[in-house]
Design a protein around this ligand. Sequence first.
Ligand SMILES: [Fe+2]
Ligand SMILES: [Fe+2]
Length: 152
Amino acid sequence: MPWLNRADPVIMGHILAEHRELFTRLQALRATLAAAAPITAERVASLRVGLLELREHLRAHFEQEEHGGFMEESIARIPRLAVAAAGIVRQHPTLLGELDALVERLAQGDVSAATWARAGGDFEEFAAALAEHERQETAVVQEGFNEDLGLS
Ligand SMILES: [Fe+2]
Ligand SMILES: [Fe+2]
């Protein structure tokens, strides 16, 4: 795999850039949810589109991590990280499921303030879970690559 030969800062830079991009998308959706504009069917539809785009982006991000990605390389370098890495990967379907549930609840064409507020609450819960997931993931990759550097 070509990335095996890359310098470690490049690999860490790539994963951190991916996480920053996710964070930017979350911020944009957070701003949409917080805007004081009236709740209309168009606004709900636009939020759904944004959430579905985030969902697709996340799915691709998870797939990249699961197949020959950074986690795998970290485990190859430091085998004891396998337990933590497996636990992190198991969170992927759960996180996508949480996003699906959020979108599903918005699909009803309901423009009530209560539904919008619940979507905001659900979104914050999801964003916190994703942030914690990415934090754990970065820690595993960091540890894998740092310890390898120390031994070589
Ligand atoms: Fe992940
Ligand atoms: Fe990630």
